[in-house]
Write a new protein. Structure first.
Lengths: 93, 537
């Protein structure tokens, strides 16, 4: 349930992933679809994701949090971003 | 690890800590010429394990470790096959992996032992220098494997003599000096990381600053900050890393960073691009990076490491040729830069001492005048054999010359590599075999069995190749096709740990076959490029 992030943010993120990472606009993504474990996106994209998050949501992503498990779905990414924005002590948990 | 204090290993500590592994290996009966597989992410323990293996006269082989993305069954299936024909005496690994590896190898008829770092800690013994085994120069020093099911069949055996001959020639080629400092994130299970990024500094007493690729890929700037902190002078990178670093390092991660200590950033392990070099130079010149430090290399495990080296003490050479002529008549015709089909080739340099290079036709005749042919080499640092594969070894040589399977030409004493014979795909410096990908695609429901092809296309934005799969399927239902694509991506990722960037589903009959009835990769690649309006070269 997307109650800790907006559908607007989800759309932005999905559009970015389809356009700039997968580079196939015909790909439609759901919030819970595995990105890395499904072979859609590789580990080099972790840096792309963190740069996008920083530029779009105005938060700083510590590199140690950039793991395939934490970034594997749109929902997980945005939940994590939400915690960063609210300055939660350990957003990676 | 970013933010962590570095783990400093002196030669003294190296021997003292390796001693624990020496006694562990001896306690399970590992002896001279036995193979020991070392399976772990980059760590000090991995290094101690490797050195310990060498100290008892056994033969270490670094291998990739299971990663979350790769299907564990696939990994273990491959490892079992490798263990079955290599018959290592032992496997040294992390405590986390020990149980998993032991479990999967049980009942396979293998009598060796899986040991972990924790088993070594309990030993606590002193290493006595007299324990050192005296080795035969032509005996096996190290065993190297390529990746994928296909690659794992070819274990490159390098002798002590080959290794030292190579170090002598290569250190001369790069003018290695007492004030050099090597900085590297390269994995130790590939020749570039093993030789340039580990054994060469180790054996020449050159300080080495080593990072794990797992950490670097998340934070590429750490390489540059390490150069700044330790005044690094040398680093080796696959081509994509130049583009990756240029595009992905944050400005504020480079605050106060000076890169002027770098005297050579050596491009190696995949086709090189002038564009990637330009991106790197432009991005990092403001931090003191000297564009003259852009250097190049053509290397392979079968020659220990480097075959040619360029750009040391002088700028790397470039050659502007007609890309269309290259593709059509297999010749590197010089043209002016404003020609619409101009292609800038970056030279891999000239052969290092003791290495001879020829460009040969299909009939093994020497080619001159910028004609493209297969690169053949002869040297004093070649592999002894492909481990336990006399058939593959014999096939690889013709008349004493090693056939590299790469295509290229020589101009003004400089080697230019233009392509590969065997359709090997190289992504991010790693070898990916099309048959491995095709095997995975063929398991996907909806794909006509045997009717698929995989190949690579160079992507200028990333500076490396992109994997393309074409598969024949039924029907036109878009949702059904998306599901097939999804499954293809998933299967390929799980069995090959690589991402298929483009999947083209076509209706039968589309794929071209060779006269012997096999799918013609090269022809299909050209057909695809033609249909998409892409330059195949």
């Amino acid at each position: 349930m997307a109650d800790n992030y907006s559908t607007d943010d989800a759309s932005k993120l999905k559009a970015f992933i389809a356009r700039d990472i997968v580079r196939d606009q015909s790909v439609t993504l759901t919030d819970d679809q595995p990105l890395m474990s499904s072979g859609l996106v590789d580990s080099f994209a972790l840096v792309d994701l963190s740069l996008f998050i920083e530029n779009t949501f105005g938060v700083r992503v510590p590199d140690i949090d950039l793991t395939p498990e934490r970034m594997d779905t749109v929902a997980k990414i945005l939940t994590y971003v939400g915690k960063l924005r609210r300055n939660v002590k350990d957003p990676a948990s | 690890m970013p933010g962590c204090r570095p783990d400093v290993v002196t030669y003294g500590r190296l021997i003292t800590d390796a001693a624990r592994y020496v006694s562990l290996l001896k306690s399970v009966g590992v002896g001279r010429d036995d193979v020991v597989l070392c399976i772990s992410p980059t760590s000090v323990d991995l290094i101690f394990a490797f050195v310990a293996t060498t100290l008892i006269g056994a033969v270490p082989a670094m291998l990739p470790f299971p990663t979350p993305k790769l299907d564990p069954d696939e990994y273990h299936h491959r490892l079992s096959a490798l263990v079955a024909y290599t018959r290592p005496a032992a496997i040294l690994t992390t405590p986390e992996l020990k149980d998993e590896l032991t479990e999967h190898l049980a009942g396979e008829g293998w009598l060796g032992r899986v040991l972990s770092w924790e088993d070594a800690v309990r030993q606590g013994v002193e290493f006595v220098v007299d324990d050192a085994v005296s080795m035969e120069a032509d005996g096996p020093a190290v065993l190297q494997y390529s990746s994928g099911t296909t690659g794992l069949q070819k274990g490159v055996v390098l002798s002590h003599r080959a290794l030292f001959n190579h170090l002598r020639s290569y250190t001369a080629a790069i003018s290695l000096a007492p004030d050099d400092v090597v900085v590297s994130w390269l994995p130790l299970y590939h020749d570039m990381g093993l030789i340039a990024g580990f054994l060469m500094p180790l054996l020449t007493r050159t300080p080495l600053v080593l990072m794990s690729p797992l950490d670097w890929v998340r934070e590429p700037g750490m390489l540059l900050r390490a150069v700044d902190t330790y005044r690094g002078t040398l680093t080796w990178l696959p081509n994509f890393a130049y583009s990756f670093l240029a595009a992905k390092v944050r400005e504020d991660d480079l605050q106060g960073c000076r890169l002027d200590s770098l005297r050579a950033v050596i491009n190696c392990s995949e086709p090189m691009s002038a564009h990637s070099h330009d991106l790197f130079a432009r991005r990092f010149s403001p931090y003191g990076f000297h564009p003259d430090a852009l250097a190049t290399c053509y290397a392979m495990a079968e020659n220990t490491f480097a075959v040619t080296q360029g750009g040391i003490g002088r700028p790397s050479t470039q050659d502007v040729i007609d890309g269309a002529a290259l593709a059509k008549c297999q010749r590197a015709q010089p043209v002016s830069a404003d020609c619409p089909t101009a292609k800038t080739m970056v030279s891999a340099g000239s052969p290092i001492d003791g290495v001879h290079v020829r460009v040969v036709s299909d009939g093994y005749e020497d080619l001159f005048n910028r004609e493209i042919g297969e690169i053949a080499i002869k040297s004093d640092c070649m592999l002894t054999e492909y481990f336990h594969r006399p058939d593959l070894t014999a096939d690889a040589f013709h008349d004493g010359w090693f056939l590299t399977g790469d295509y290229g030409y020589v101009a003004d004493g400089q080697l230019y590599v233009t392509g590969r014979k065997k359709d090997l795909i190289i992504v991010g410096g790693s070898n990916i075999y099309p048959n491995d990908i095709e095997a995975a695609v063929n398991t996907v429901a909806g794909v006509h069995p045997g009717r698929c092809v995989a190949f690579g296309l160079y992507d200028e934005q990333t500076g490396t190749e992109t994997v393309v799969v074409i598969a024949e399927v039924d029907g036109e239902d878009e949702r059904h096709h998306q599901a097939i694509k999804s499954t293809i991506r998933d299967r390929v990722a799980r069995s090959n740990d690589c991402v298929v960037r483009r999947i083209h589903l076509v209706r039968s009959p589309w794929l071209l076959k060779t006269s012997s009835g096999k799918i013609a990769r090269r022809a299909n690649r050209e057909k695809y490029c033609h249909e998409m309006g892409i330059d195949a070269w």
